[in-house]
Every structure is written in structure tokens, then in C-alpha cells.
Design a protein around this ligand. Structure first.
Ligand code: SF4
Ligand code: SF4
Length: 278
């Protein structure tokens, strides 16, 4: 059976927060009977853009990761709700505002912290995937429709189609160890969760120091090369998608065939090794 899946591209998100604003525009002060009561103006973020920095100046990057209700197929919130939260056949998990009234304990049932308490209404609330719009034939919820970079989109897929998509696009879920079978999938999650090693190579000729362009650089673990790069117009190189906790060596090809090797033991975070003079 086909269900709705949200696919998020971490590399495409630019933290414009249009998605958050569109969500507010759709839900603040608006009741959608049968689906949701109004979202309060402050205190709830049904879609939240998390951010992280990697590296050290000047070789740094920033990644943004939108997080929302994961529309779990095996949702702890549903199990805890005694019928107040239901997963529809199309995969959308909805809180019934009438049945959930007064059930503040449901806020803690979500391991992703995606349920908020509405003090004025005395109800728990969360993202509805704009089910009221999808049921009218909309193809995307407001957040995805407002995203200018295509970082968010939903698709209606069965399990086999989704499995293929996960394999071909290297999609990952957030906290699979929670075992809730989330239906939100992330592309390019490495931008948020993995490390890089970067640096710059310079060369001095006739007393002038300049960027060393086109120099071969290899990354090794132990004796084994695992990646190679060539310095760009600024003399920079970068190896990304690296696991933390490993030992690495950066080998820079010197003119004349010699190599300069720098060791990085127990990589804990992304590292700019600085300027290497050859
Ligand atoms: Fe329920 Fe939380 Fe899963 Fe959403 S992310 S379905 S609120 S357990
Ligand atoms: Fe990121 Fe798109 Fe949201 Fe902007 S609208 S913050 S690009 S997900």
C-alpha cells in the first residue's frame, strides 16, 4: 500500500525558514475541523531547521537539517494515546484534538520531541503533514510548497518503491535506533553527521608564496589510500564523508616525486589542517 513519505535534502536546505513561515501561515489562528485546532503564535515549531558547523576558519561549512514529525509507522505516540492519536492508511499520524484533550502526557511519548502542549487549548499538537490539504488534492504540504530549493517534498510510495529510492539516493532516517519506522528520509545526511579533513597547499618560488594549484593529495587509513584529490585554484583540498574516531593520514605529493605526510589521530570533528608549504 502506498503511503506518504517526506524526503529531505540536507545539502539543498539554506535555512531560509520559508517552510516554518508557511507552516505558521497555514496553522496559526486557523482551525481545520477534523484535523487540528489552531497552532499558537509562539512556542511550537512543527517544522524546525537545525544547524551545525563543521571545520575551522577559513575552511568551514554549515549544514541545515529540517526536522518534523517523522510520521512513524510504529509510532510510540499512537501506542500511548489510547485512541487519541491514529495512523491513517495513507501513513499520516494525526492527533484527534477532541480525544486528546487534557492528555499532556502524550508530549513525552514522542522520542523525536515533535509533540507540543497547547496550554490555551489543553491539547497536544504536532505537524499534520497538512492532511487537510492533501485530502483536497494538494500534492505537497505548505512547507514543501514554500521551499525555494526543493529541499522538501513528499511522495506517495509503497515499501518496495521506497526501498529502491533509499538505495539509489542513499537516504537515511533520523535515529533509526528508536525503531519507530519513520517515514521521513534524509538525503546527504553526511553534511550534518560526518566529518571532513581539509587544508590548503602553498608553494614559494623566487621569494613569492602562492596557492599550489593542481597538487595531488591522498587520504590514507593505515597504509591504505581511501581517497584522492587535487588542489583547486586556491590550493585547497577536502575529503568529506569521513567517520569520526578513526586515524587518518594526508599525503601531499611534492614536486620531484617526494611526499609530505601529516597524521590525524582519532578524528573527533571536522578538521582544517591549515596551510601546508611544499
Ligand atoms: Fe508520533 Fe513522534 Fe513518530 Fe510523529 S515522530 S509519529 S509524534 S512518535
Ligand atoms: Fe530549508 Fe527549504 Fe525550509 Fe528554506 S524552506 S529552510 S531551504 S527546507
Amino acid at each position: 500500500m502506498k503511503t506518504w513519505r517526506m524526503i529531505v535534502d540536507v545539502a539543498a536546505c539554506e535555512d531560509c525558514n520559508n517552510c516554518c513561515l508557511a507552516c505558521k501561515d497555514e496553522h496559526v489562528d486557523n482551525e481545520w475541523p477534523g484535523y487540528s485546532r489552531p497552532q499558537p503564535r509562539h512556542g511550537q515549531r512543527w517544522i524546525d531547521v537545525q544547524r551545525t558547523e563543521r571545520g575551522q576558519f577559513p575552511l568551514i561549512d554549515v549544514a541545515y537539517r529540517p526536522v518534523m514529525c517523522m510520521q512513524c509507522a510504529d509510532a510510540p505516540c499512537v501506542k500511548a494515546s489510547e485512541g487519541a492519536i491514529k495512523r491513517r492508511p495513507d501513513g499520516i499520524v494525526l492527533i484527534d484534538p477532541v480525544k486528546a484533550k487534557g492528555k499532556q502526557g502524550l508530549v513525552k511519548s514522542c522520542p523525536y520531541h515533535q509533540i507540543w502542549w497547547n496550554e490555551a487549548e489543553q491539547i497536544p499538537q504536532k505537524c499534520t503533514l497538512c492532511a487537510h490539504l492533501l485530502d483536497q488534492g494538494w500534492k505537497q504540504p505548505r512547507c514543501a510548497q514554500a521551499c525555494p530549493t526543493g529541499a522538501l517534498r513528499i511522495e506517495h510510495l509503497d515499501d518496495d518503491e521506497m526501498k529502491l529510492r533509499v538505495e539509489t539516493d542513499h537516504l537515511e532516517c533520523l535515529h533509526p535506533e528508536y525503531k519507530t519506522v519513520p517515514h521521513v528520509y534524509y538525503r546527504n545526511m553526511y553534511r550534518y553527521t560526518s566529518c571532513f579533513i581539509a587544508g590548503s597547499v602553498s608553494v614559494t618560488r623566487d621569494g613569492n608564496t602562492d596557492c599550489a594549484v593542481g597538487v595531488g593529495v591522498r587520504l590514507l587509513t593505515g597504509e591504505k589510500p581511501i581517497a584522492s584529490a587535487v588542489t583547486d585554484a586556491f590550493g585547497d583540498f577536502k575529503f568529506d564523508r569521513l567517520a569520526s574516531g578513526n586515524n587518518y593520514a594526508v599525503e601531499i605529493a611534492m614536486p620531484g616525486g617526494n611526499c609530505k605526510t601529516l597524521s590525524i589521530a582519532n578524528l573527533k570533528e571536522s578538521k582544517n589542517i591549515g596551510i601546508v608549504e611544499i
